[in-house]
Design a protein around this ligand. Structure first.
Ligand code: ADP
Ligand code: ZN
Length: 609
């Protein structure tokens, strides 16, 4: 048989016409027997980088991954493509594991996924001695880093692979890629000779949008879900378990398909909810940050934050779960003053050492600064990670609708002065009450209805004052007191403003946030009713097939593939074969079924006319 080429496999097995950046070079490096370290953002297409060489080289590619819960779906997706794949982990019973081992020894596997603790067992290593191995792929390689949050002790032992199997090429892959972690991966996995392939961090299909929470966050979330992501899958992050439960329940009451996820739920419930999210179409998960590690569902169309993440690293990672398939996706966030105060308090009262607290404070400051930006968010985000984007991106809220700024110097002086005159003990609600001249029993009791700042602030309304205070905190002109009452205190940095030495340009409170007017922007955007209708029927068809097979819907075809079918309306098997994402195996398994669905729509269209 003729030796298959990487480009040939890309087309016939995966149904794709072109490699993404770096894929070809990485594949060639491994096929030639060299090692590689790959840093590629989520959705960049890391898996092909070891899957294709494993098929080109003789023997089985061994894939080490910590994400046991996902292995079954990953393997199923490969089998759907006609690739001979299997997995070995603690979820298999003895008999099933034995069969996989025999298949490995017989050379009947292209790819074998193994949990790291399993791989390190002496028995497993002896088995590998007897098998023919094409390569080792170490996925989620940052798990080797002791400083990261995903540290797995078993990963450290993976350097054994190099000692025991020196002739077999290795590829380590990760999406987490700061310099220290990268160096740690190289050192601990003995990859000094590996060629490094480093892609930028940009996720161009994700649209970043951040707006002030003016107290109606839930309604705005609902509007966002209904108008822009009707029937689509996504994640809503909240800070606390309680808020997760409340939000999920409220959205369910509005008729949406919503499931909660947090560490306080029983393990079975979490498992079921996660599986439904992965396998069904259009499920929304409302979750704390406990949800997400290794969620490689490709068609997550939005990630919404109802609270501020504690750092830009967290924001990038959480939003990065959207749009892995490359189709457009939203990173949507509302944040408000209370988030800022709560996070500052949590940090201040934590048990961590001073040095650690200082780092956390800087990270939160960077996150806040990012929220208050009046320039391109993507440029700022990439710059934070050491990447440059030359032009503003055109796909974030500040690019799409430049935020207005205003000279807030005088109101800022009033706000600061009010803090000073009330003794630096009070929270924002109280201060705003004083500025607006509210008739309030507490204000009277403290005698603050007789100070000069009482009632001088009626030019602005309550929301505008809160917005102003938030920005003053975000810029470090005010601090939140650490006793935990949320009182505001002046900092050194506010002096130049109070003296009038500097002016202060601030973001204006957006009328209705920088959130788009109401134009629906679905990932797969069709304006013709016939197209929308066909797309829906293709998705129905896909759902039926996925239920028959017991696999997630996206394993049959991605949204992008269905969308291309809508656009091109293939009418024959040959035309169907040209659609991106339709390889030979899927063509023979599903080609006819989808051709029927398309043809049925065509007939219906004619009858209507
Ligand atoms: P990562 O592991 O880097 O997050 P994946 O390997 O899961 O990304 O790939 C993300 C998506 O992109 C998958 O749906 C995959 O099928 C698709 N993909 C990968 N390479 C290509 C390509 N060359 N052309 C089209 N789609 C691709
Ligand atoms: Zn931008």
């Amino acid at each position: 048989m003729e030796q298959p080429t990487p480009a040939g496999i890309l087309k016939t097995v995966f149904g794709y016409d072109e490699f993404r950046p770096h894929q070809r070079e990485i594949i060639e490096r491994l096929v030639g027997g060299g090692d590689a370290l790959v840093l590629m953002p989520t959705g960049g297409g890391k898996s092909l980088c070891y899957q294709i060489p494993a098929m080109v080289r003789p023997g089985t590619g061994i894939v080490v991954s910590p994400l046991i819960a996902l292995m079954q779906d990953q393997v199923e997706a490969l089998r759907q493509l006609g690739i001979r794949a299997a997995f070995l982990n603690s979820m298999l019973d003895q008999q099933a594991a034995w069969e996989v081992e025999q298949a490995l020894l017989a050379g009947d596997l292209d790819l074998l996924y193994v949990a790291p603790e399993r791989l390190m067992m002496p028995r497993m290593l002896e088995l590998l001695d007897q098998a023919e191995i094409a390569l080792f792929a170490i996925d989620e390689a940052h798990c080797v880093s002791q400083w990261g949050h995903d540290f797995r002790p078993e990963y450290i032992q993976l350097s054994v692979l190099h000692e025991r199997f020196p002739a077999i090429p290795r590829i380590a892959l990760t999406a987490t890629a700061d310099g220290p972690t990268r160096r740690e991966i190289v050192e601990r996995l003995d990859l000094a000779k590996a060629e490094q392939f480093i892609s930028g961090f940009d996720r161009p299909n994700i649209r970043y949008r951040i707006a002030e929470n003016t107290g109606n966050a839930r309604d705005r979330l609902l509007r966002f879900l209904r108008q822009e992501h009707d029937g689509e899958a996504g994640i809503v992050y909240c800070l606390t378990r309680k808020k997760v439960d409340q939000t999920a329940e409220w959205l369910q009451g509005k008729g949406l398909v919503v499931l909660p996820y947090h560490a306080g739920l029983p393990a079975e419930v979490r498992e079921v909810n996660q599986q439904r999210f992965l396998r069904e179409d259009g499920v929304i998960i409302v979750a704390t940050i406990a949800f997400g590690m290794g969620i490689d569902k490709p068609d997550v169309r939005f990630v919404a934050h109802l609270n501020l993440p504690k750092s830009l690293e967290a924001y990038y990672q959480e939003t990065g779960r959207a749009g892995r398939d490359g189709a457009s996706a939203d990173a949507w966030m509302l944040y408000g003053l209370s988030d800022v105060i709560m996070l500052r308090q949590m940090q201040a009262s934590s048990e961590a050492g001073e040095e650690h607290k200082r780092v956390e404070r800087h990270k939160l400051d960077a996150m806040l600064g990012f929220c208050e930006l009046t320039t391109c968010r993507r440029q700022a985000l990439l710059r934070y990670f050491g990447d440059e984007l030359e032009q503003p991106c055109g796909n974030c809220d500040t690019c799409l609708e430049a935020p207005e700024t205003w000279d807030a110097t005088v109101p800022a002086q009033m706000a600061l002065s009010c803090v000073h005159r009330t003794g630096q003990r009070f929270g924002v609600n109280y201060l705003v009450g004083v500025l607006l001249g509210k008739e309030d029993e507490r204000i009277q009791r403290f005698g603050h209805d007789r100070i000069p700042t009482y009632g001088i602030g009626t030019d602005l309304d309550q929301n505008e004052w809160r917005n102003l205070y938030r920005q003053l905190i975000a810029r470090g002109l005010l601090a939140v007191d650490i006793e935990g009452y949320g009182g505001l205190q002046l900092t050194e940095a506010c002096r130049p403003v109070l003296r009038g030495d500097v002016t202060l340009q601030l973001r204006k409170l957006a009328k209705r946030a920088a959130v788009r007017k109401s134009r629906s922007r679905k990932a797969t955007q069709f304006s013709e009713p016939a197209d929308i209708e066909l797309f829906d029927r293709l998705r129905e068809r896909r759902l039926e097939l996925s239920k028959e097979q017991g696999v997630p819907a996206y394993v049959i075809f991605h949204d992008a593939t269905l969308a291309e079918m809508v656009e091109r309306r293939p009418a024959s098997i040959q035309q169907m074969a040209e659609i991106s994402g339709v390889g030979e195996r899927k063509l023979s398994a599903y080609g006819e079924a989808f051709l029927d669905t398309i043809a049925a729509g065509h007939d219906r269209g004619h009858q209507d006319r």
